[in-house]
Design a protein around this ligand. Structure first.
Ligand SMILES: C[C@@]1(CC(=O)O)c2cc3[nH]c(cc4nc(cc5[nH]c(cc(n2)[C@H]1CCC(=O)O)[C@@](C)(CC(=O)O)[C@@H]5CCC(=O)O)C(CC(=O)O)=C4CCC(=O)O)c(CCC(=O)O)c3CC(=O)O
Ligand SMILES: NC(=O)C1=CN([C@@H]2O[C@H](COP(=O)(O)OP(=O)(O)OC[C@H]3O[C@@H](n4cnc5c(N)ncnc54)[C@H](O)[C@@H]3O)[C@@H](O)[C@H]2O)C=CC1
Length: 402
């Protein structure tokens, strides 16, 4: 199963760190250059940048993809596109929910009781735009008579309810929406509110106008989640789910996986080895594999190093059938990772030229002389050292030639 994460949020970032630490391989898409820049390089995680519409997303996923939507809760259009693309392609859609609190001037709570508790911990006047139904619950806010300015519908029963609860006339704003940004901002200034409480009403509910007015006036927004909140998983739940679903190693097993690789000396005589890419790196490896008697199948749309192509086209999954091992050495990181995943699903050892973390075998520096064969690999972090050591070992082996 191929893992694709749409991120740009801190929880998406945290999920990527979790995945990388457990040896998972994922493609991460962020909308902006800034989003890409804040993602530090992580083994196994390829970051792609750019805004995609539903067609663009659909082109990236298929029925074997698990897509994690870790985009911002207010990026509703992106979430709609992600859902549509998954529905169209059969990819599995999983929503990563935002943790309760967000630092960027917007706080979120799951329900009214939590909103009351939050208001008790945060002083200041409040423009309460959650309607009249839950008004009673808000009278549990300390100093509510002075602090709260409920905005309600101008109907007689509603006003009677406000009066019965004990709200003063000077605090009741009875008006019929929709409200513009300017109107919201004027009310925030007029009341002196430093907090605006709202339900997550979506685009049609005037939510954006509330947010922009709050931003303009420097007011903190407290969002009370919808009763039927978006289905999804919190960061912790998503981590546990993906660990189970993808069979991820715990950090301990991931650590074991970074143990030195065992030099397995096997005969390649007549074995099918598939090499993807036909550039400098692929050419070097094809040469080695052919020297060891392998039947090398080469696949690339363009034969840059004149290796002789079996299939002159891009990678296709069917290329892996019957392969004893594979080498992913294209210059397209996304393709290399797809090859790695497809190999992992088929238990085909795969060396990935641009990602040690995704490699299930390391292509060694091969040294021969005097009837001896030595293979050199590093811990995956020092290829220059591998090459330098190989050079010296080759010189030593020459001494064994008659
Ligand atoms: C994990 C491994 C996976 C695999 O491909 O199987 C892998 C991964 C990567 N290599 C990278 C870079 C370079 N590798 C070399 C050289 C060799 N690399 C080889 C094997 C391996 N390379 C596997 C582990 C073996 C080991 O322990 O080293 C050798 C032995 C065999 C061969 O390639 O034929 C060959 C020496 C052959 C010889 O001397 O005989 C040079 C020097 C040069 O090319 O001249 C550079 C550029 C300088 C530098 O970066 O140091 C990058 C960054 C690429 C990027 O960012 O785009 C990655 C990706 C990553 O680290 O994640
Ligand atoms: N492990 C190593 O020793 C080193 C690895 N690298 C990495 O190795 C990779 C290849 O490097 P070079 O050979 O220098 O690149 P290159 O640019 O010379 O060749 C790339 C080859 O990949 C092919 N290709 C592109 N898309 C493909 C697809 N969908 N299916 C099959 N083939 C496809 C191209 O047609 C071309 O033949 C790069 O990702 C690079 O980062 C770079 C230096 C050393």
């Amino acid at each position: 199963m191929r893992l694709v994460v749409f991120s740009g949020t801190s929880e998406g970032h945290a999920l990527c760190r979790f995945l990388s630490a457990r040896g998972a391989v994922a493609d991460v898409y962020v909308a902006t250059e800034y989003g890409a820049a804040v993602m530090e390089p992580m083994p196994g995680v390829a970051v792609h940048e750019g805004r995609l519409d539903a067609d663009g997303i659909a082109a990236l996923v298929d029925a074997e993809t698990l897509l994690v939507d870790a985009t911002h809760p207010y990026a509703a259009a992106v979430t709609d596109n992600l859902r549509a693309a998954c529905a169209r392609t059969g990819a599995q859609y999983e929503r990563l929910l935002r943790p309760a609190l967000d630092a960027a001037g917007v706080a979120a709570v799951p329900d009214t009781a939590a909103a009351v508790a939050w208001l008790n911990a945060h002083p200041g006047k409040v423009l309460l735009t959650t309607g009249s139904k839950e008004l009673e619950a808000y009278t549990a806010v300390e100093g509510w008579r002075e602090r709260l300015y409920p905005r309600v519908l101008p109907s007689v029963p509603v006003l009677e309810k406000c009066a019965a609860l004990g709200f003063a006339g000077a605090h009741i704003i009875a008006m019929q929406g929709p409200f513009s940004r300017e109107m919201n901002a004027a009310l925030l200034r007029q009341t002196g509110a430093t907090i605006l409480v709202t339900k997550d009403t979506g685009a049609s509910g005037g939510f954006a106008e509330k947010l922009s007015a709050a931003r303009e006036t420097g007011v903190t927004v407290l969002v009370v989640a919808r009763p039927c909140a978006e289905n999804g998983r919190t960061l912790e739940e998503m981590q546990a789910y993906l660990a189970g679903k993808l069979g991820l190693a715990g950090p301990a097993r991931a650590q074991r996986e970074s143990l030195p690789r065992f030099p397995l000396f096997v005969s390649l005589a007549g074995k099918t080895c598939v090499v993807f890419g036909a550039g400098r790196i692929a050419a070097r490896r094809i040469g080695v594999l052919r020297r060891f008697g392998a039947r090398v199948v080469t696949v690339a749309p363009e034969d840059r190093a004149c290796v002789g192509l079996t299939h002159c086209r891009g990678y296709e999954k069917s290329d892996l059938s019957g392969a004893f091992l594979a080498v992913a050495a294209t210059d397209d990181r996304t393709v290399n990772r797809r090859i790695a995943r497809d190999c992992a699903a088929r238990d085909i050892p795969c060396s990935v030229a641009d990602c040690a973390a995704a490699s299930t075998f390391f292509f060694p520096a091969v040294c021969e002389g005097g009837g001896l064969t030595v293979g050199v690999v590093s811990d995956g972090s020092a290829h220059g050292k591998t090459a330098a050591a190989a050079k010296r070992i080759r010189a030593v082996l020459e001494e064994f030639d008659d």
